[in-house]
Design a protein around this ligand. Structure first.
Ligand code: PGA
Length: 244
């Protein structure tokens, strides 16, 4: 796991966009959430992805109407794909047989050639995609019941009288680990405990992001706030480069 320490989310998005341009992905794995929004704007501004690029969603809610603006397919279309003319593939959350839809999605990821670059955020409970603590690292794409903290965190994306869905289809940890390159971006104090556990704690299913530690090509881009809970010795460079 290579760590790149940055001062703030703005620097994080620049470093991530530079890396993506180096990797020149044909198949791009897109995460949703607040963290990658700046990056997607940057990729659009730079026209950094070729129109032939396929975008694969990391996860998708179950139970939202097909035109709901918080469907992750629509979010990624708005933030990235439409402006660059990219095609998007996502799990079929409207299927009658969701277990079959999960298998079909892993097959589809293989058929498009596998993900070249997967963007990830991290949950404050250490989740990656919707793989909540306790998920086995061997898990393929599957239906998941969202943790209470995840639903609380995501409530901000929904209008006030609306509750986030209880379930989603998520790429499994095994699916994510098949990506050739992973770029995990963590910014803000709320992520500090999860980031410290991911980087320095034991590899354990209780912190799903630790499943990435033995992946050959993972870059973690983290800002000072997200690194604030690391032991001082690990954190020295960041302390010296960040204003207090
Ligand atoms: P966030 O979510 O980018 O909205 O903080 C990250 C995640 O839950 O993976």
């Amino acid at each position: 796991m290579r760590l790149i320490e940055v001062r703030n989310p703005d620097e994080a998005k620049t470093v991530a966009a530079d890396l993506i341009q180096t990797y020149r992905p044909r198949v791009f794995g897109a995460a949703t959430g607040a963290t990658p929004e700046l990056l997607y704007r940057e990729l659009v501004d730079r026209r950094a992805l070729d129109p032939s690029t396929t975008v694969c969603l990391l996860d998708e809610y179950i139970g939202l109407s097909t035109n709901h603006p918080q469907r992750y397919r629509h979010v990624i279309e708005r933030q990235l794909a439409t402006a660059l003319g990219l095609s998007v593939v996502s799990p079929d959350v409207d299927a009658d047989d969701l277990a079959r839809a999960c298998c079909a999605y892993d097959t589809m990821l293989d058929e498009v050639g596998g993900i070249d670059v997967q963007i990830l955020g991290i949950g404050r409970n250490g989740h990656i995609a919707f793989n909540e603590p306790g998920t086995l690292f061997e898990t393929a794409t599957h239906v998941v019941e969202l943790a209470a903290t995840t639903r609380a965190d995501n409530a901000r994306f929904f209008v006030t009288d609306e509750r986030p869905p209880t379930h989603a289809i998520t790429q499994g940890i095994a699916s994510i680990r098949r990506a050739r390159h992973v770029i995990l971006i963590a910014t803000g104090r709320a992520k500090a405990d999860a980031v410290a556990a991911m980087l320095d704690g034991p590899i354990s299913t209780s912190v799903p992001a630790t499943a990435l530690r033995d992946h050959a090509n993972v870059v973690v881009i983290a800002d000072c706030e997200a690194l604030a809970a690391r032991a001082v010795t690990n954190h020295q460079r960041c302390v010296t480069t960040c204003p207090t």
